[in-house]
Design a protein around this ligand. Structure first.
Ligand code: 5AD
Ligand code: SF4
Length: 453
């Protein structure tokens, strides 16, 4: 049997796409392997969001090439594929920089992998089209045994692409225009995942709360209606969604955070900066006050909600006062978790040409200050869970025998000791203590609140 090794970088959508590539290739007789040296086919599913992410891909490609040469000495052939957002953005340039690459395929055309692989036997191939046909129509339904092997939580792409054009961001260029999948297709995929033992779904999209896919009534459905529909499916216990834009946080979706028990109390709502001048230059089309209002509305319906955001420091023109405004917003919101980045100029984006680029040293200093503060808040958020009883979905084996690890509703990692409970059980847990990244708790009774069939 032929073997494929797939390595995904970047966001959850790349993880999802990587799995769907494995599904397509399984039909062609490829089994997945975790060992690159065993693989007849190596796929790097790449991320273009920041320069560092791109650099990582090229250095990894150097290693993959060495692996290919070693295998060639043993008489084995290895095909190298670059997929994902670097493939989309750089196309044939990748094969100029690394001649060992056989095929470059963008995020909207990987359903064509079998055909492209055949063509690449004769010559190098690049496919970075945004095809008329929708890739989802050509991807096989996730197979039960492979789904089971991937665990009890799954990502499901419901929306892709972005029309917002934030001035720092490559996504509108690499992922294309905003498209929502129809409700019926999403429900069918969710049911296939449930049949494979999945009980928690994270709906993903670059702009997921702008979802407006066709409903069964032929009309566009907003995200909250899709969430309601999925919550009604047998076997779905937990729902999450990411990533959202503040301007698409409509009242229906906010209400769902109060009304829909399956919708977990966690909201990733990136704001990027707390300064109106910077938000304006970023083309975010909302103010810091507007963002605070949304947070207040969400907290009004779900006071315990865990909040999360992305921040960029050192955006062109960011002054000390702008940065202070970001820090004030962080102190006011008190996030459960935050992802923060130094601004990285991306080719083709408006901000990359801005005159007032911030020196690297200033970016580093601001990032360190920001990260220290959000870490304090994260620890405080976790500490506030100690002494509480929370439901935990057990997802994987723990560090030691007899331990299982899972997630609280707030997406915290929780470790428990148990002989009687299994992966896929939701158990009620008294939280007792914490280390930097993990909470420890005691299962209230060895009877699961819910289990996977
Ligand atoms: N530089 C730094 N961070 C960026 N992000 C997106 N583009 C850039 C960039 N050019 C961050 C944003 C976004 C997250 C996915 O990555 O914070 O929300
Ligand atoms: Fe990276 Fe954005 Fe592409 Fe995801 S969509 S892989 S974050 S560039």
């Amino acid at each position: 049997m032929k073997k494929v090794f797939i390595k995904s970088y970047g966001c959850q959508m790349n993880v999802y796409d990587g799995q769907r590539m494995a599904d397509v290739l399984a039909k062609e007789g490829y089994a997945e392997t975790a060992e690159q040296s065993d693989a007849d086919l190596v796929i790097l599913n790449t991320c273009h969001i920041r320069e560092k992410a791109v650099d990582k891909v090229y250095s990894e490609l150097g290693r993959v090439r060495e692996g290919k040469e070693l295998r060639a000495l043993q008489g084995k052939d290895t095909r190298i594929v670059v997929a994902g957002c670097v493939a989309q953005a750089e196309g044939a340039e990748i094969q100029r920089r690394q001649t060992a690459v056989d095929l470059v395929v963008g995020p909207q055309s990987y359903h064509r992998l079998p055909d492209l692989l055949t063509r690449s036997e004769r010559r190098k191939v690049v496919d970075t089209e945004f095809p008329i046909e929708d890739k989802f129509g050509f991807l096989p339904v996730p197979d039960r045994s492979r789904t089971r092997a991937r665990g009890v939580t799954a990502f499901l792409t419901v929306q892709e692409g972005c029309d917002k054009f934030c001035s720092f961001c490559v996504v509108p260029y690499t992922r294309g225009a905003e498209v929502s999948r129809p409700v019926s297709k999403i429900v069918a995929e969710a049911q296939a995942l449930v049949a494979g033992g999945v009980c928690e779904l994270t709906l993903i999209g670059q702009n997921v709360n702008a979802y407006h896919g066709e409903g069964p009534d032929g009309r566009p459905w907003p995200l909250w209606r899709l969430l309601e529909r999925l919550a009604s499916l047998d076997g779905i216990r937990r729902l999450r969604y990411m990533t959202s834009h503040p301007n698409d946080m409509d009242d229906g979706l906010i209400r769902a955070h109060g009304d829909l028990p399956a919708l977990m109390p966690f909201l990733h709502l990136p704001v990027q900066s707390g300064s109106d001048a910077v938000l304006d230059a970023m083309n975010r089309k909302h103010s810091a006050a507007g963002y605070r209002d949304i947070i207040a509305k969400v907290r009004a319906v779900r006071p315990d909600i865990a909040l999360s955001s992305d921040f960029i420091v050192g955006f062109p023109g960011e002054t000390d006062a702008d940065f202070d405004a970001t820090m004030r917003l962080i102190d006011d919101v008190r996030y459960a978790t935050v992802f923060s980045f130094k601004y990285s100029p991306r080719p083709g984006t408006p901000a990359s040409g801005a005159a007032e680029q911030i020196p690297e040293a200033v970016k580093s200093e601001r990032l360190a200050i920001l990260q220290a503060r959000v870490e304090e808040h994260r620890q405080a958020f976790n500490a506030a869970t100690i002494g509480r009883r929370v439901d935990v979905l057990l997802e994987r084996a723990g560090r030691h025998p007899g331990q299982l690890s899972g997630k609280s509703p707030y997406l915290q990692t929780v470790q428990v000791e148990t002989d009687a409970c299994h992966i896929g059980d939701t158990v009620s847990v008294d939280i007792l203590s914490q280390t930097t990244n993990t909470l420890f708790g005691r299962i209230v009774s060895d009877k699961a609140v819910a289990s996977v069939a």
